[in-house]
Design a protein around this ligand. Structure first.
Ligand code: KG4
Ligand code: ZN
Length: 328
C-alpha cells in the first residue's frame, strides 16, 4: 500500500512515500534556525514547518504521482502542539482532496516501526529502547501494535542530557552528534561520575544527576582547561549517560526472557552506544542512520500497516502533545 506521510512533531520537517515496509522516498529538512538558541523554539519551528512542508511534498511527488497514493499518514503526538498541527492540517487536506483514507500516528510508534525498514524479518516479541531528545522509554513490544511501557526516564530524556551538556560546553545544538564526534579521541575515565541509583521502578532511568555533576565539575575550571580537555570531558560524560541505559535494559532482558532488543530514535545514532550495546547484548538491532532521527518514512510504514488493517482516524483528530504509547 502506497502511503504519503508527514512528520512535523519537533524541529524536522519530513515528507515520505512508502510502500508497506519499503520507503520509496524520504525527504527531511532539519531546521537550523534553532542552533543559536541552544534548543527548539516552538513558534519558530511551526513557522519553518509551514515554509517547507509544501516544497518538500512537491519534490516527493516527483517520484510517485498523487494518483498512485492510497492513503495518508501524519504524526499527531507526542510533540510540540503548534508543530504537530502543521502536518495534521496538511495531511488531512490532501486526504480530503484525493478522497483517500488517513491515519494519525503516534510518533513513538513511528520510531518503533523504523526498525522494520532494514529488518523486515524481525517479529515481536522484542524489547525496544527509545532514546530521543524528548523520550527515553523501555517498551516491551508484545506483538505488532501491542506495547507495554515498562520503564521511563524520571527526569530528562537522554538526548536532552546530551544537548544540555553540549550547551554547557558551548558546542551548539543539537549537541548529541557533536559530543559523539569529540568523544572519539577522548579518555572515557577522565571524570569519574558516580553511579546513579534509582529508588523506584526496576527499569527506570535518570539522567539529571549526571547533568548536574557535569555542571558542578565545570564550575571552577578555566576556559583553557576545558578547551585542552574537551574531548576527555565529552567522552566521560557520554560514557556516563550510556551506562545509565545498560542495567535496567539487562534486567528487563532477563526478567522477560527476551533476547532481541531494538534501540531506536536520535540517540541510537551514537557510535559509542552502538558499540557498547553490541558488546552487552546478543541480538541487538538499530535503524538505518536516516531513520534514527525524526523522519516521515517511519510514520509512513506505521501508517501503511495500520491502514491495511482498517484503522482510520476521524476528521476531528487534532494534536496530542502528551500522547502516550499505551493509549493508541
Ligand atoms: O529522535 P529525535 O530526532 O527527536 C526526538 O524525537 O526527540 O532525537 C533527537 C536527539 C537530540 O537530542 C540529538 O542530540 C540526539 O538525538 N542525537 C544524538 C546523536 N545524534 C542525534 N545523541 C548522541 N549521539 C548522536 N550521534
Ligand atoms: Zn523522535
Amino acid at each position: 500500500m502506497k502511503v504519503l506521510a508527514f512528520e512535523t512533531s519537533c524541529d524536522e520537517t519530513s515528507v515520505a512515500i512508502v510502500d508497506d515496509f519499503n520507503v520509496i522516498i524520504n525527504l527531511t529538512r532539519q531546521q537550523l534556525i534553532h542552533s543559536e538558541f541552544g534548543g527548539v523554539v516552538p513558534e519558530l519551528a511551526a513557522r519553518e514547518h509551514i515554509k517547507y512542508i509544501y516544497p518538500l511534498t512537491k519534490k516527493t511527488l516527483e517520484k510517485i504521482s498523487l494518483d498512485e497514493i492510497e492513503g495518508i499518514a501524519f504524526t499527531y503526538g507526542p510533540g510540540l502542539a503548534s508543530s504537530l498541527l502543521v502536518g495534521i492540517a496538511f495531511g488531512k487536506t490532501i486526504a480530503q482532496a484525493i478522497k483517500k483514507p488517513f491515519i494519525g500516528i503516534n510518533h513513538l510508534e513511528g520510531h518503533i516501526f523504523s526498525i522494520f525498514i532494514n529488518n523486515k524479518n524481525l517479529k515481536p516479541p522484542f524489547l525496544c529502547l527509545i532514546v530521543s531528545g524528548g523520550h527515553t522509554e523501555l517498551v516491551l513490544v508484545e506483538d505488532f501494535l501491542k506495547y507495554r511501557v515498562i520503564g521511563k526516564t524520571l527526569d530528562d530524556a537522554i538526548g536532552e542530557a546530551f544537548d544540555k551538556g553540549a550547551k554547557m560546553l558551548n558546542l551548539g545544538y543539537p549537541g548529541g552528534p557533536i559530543i559523539d564526534k569529540l568523544s572519539k579521541n577522548g579518555n572515557r575515565n577522565f571524570i569519574k561520575f558516580s553511579k546513579v541509583k534509582i529508588k523506584y521502578g526496576k527499569y527506570n532511568f535518570s539522567f539529571s544527576g549526571i547533568k548536574t555533576a557535569l555542571k558542578l565539575y565545570l564550575k571552577d575550571k578555566s576556559e583553557s582547561f576545558i578547551k585542552e580537555h574537551l574531548s576527555d570531558i565529552c567522552a566521560s560524560y557520554q560514557e556516563a549517560l550510556i551506562d545509565i541505559l545498560l542495567e535496567p535494559t539487562m534486567r528487563a532482558i532477563e526478567d522477560f526472557r527476551i533476547e532481541k532488543i531494538a534501540v531506536v530514535a536520535g540517540v541510537s545514532l551514537n557510535s559509542r552506544l552502538r558499540e557498547k550495546f553490541r558488546e552487552y547484548f546478543k541480538e541487538v538491532y538499530f535503524p538505518l542512520p536516516e531513520f534514527c532521527t525524526d523522519n516521515a518514512g517511519m510514520i509512513g510504514i506505521a501508517g501503511a500497516f495500520r491502514l491495511k488493517l482498517g484503522y482510520r482516524s476521524s476528521f476531528d483528530i487534532s494534536a496530542e502533545p502528551n500522547l502516550s504509547l499505551e493509549f493508541i
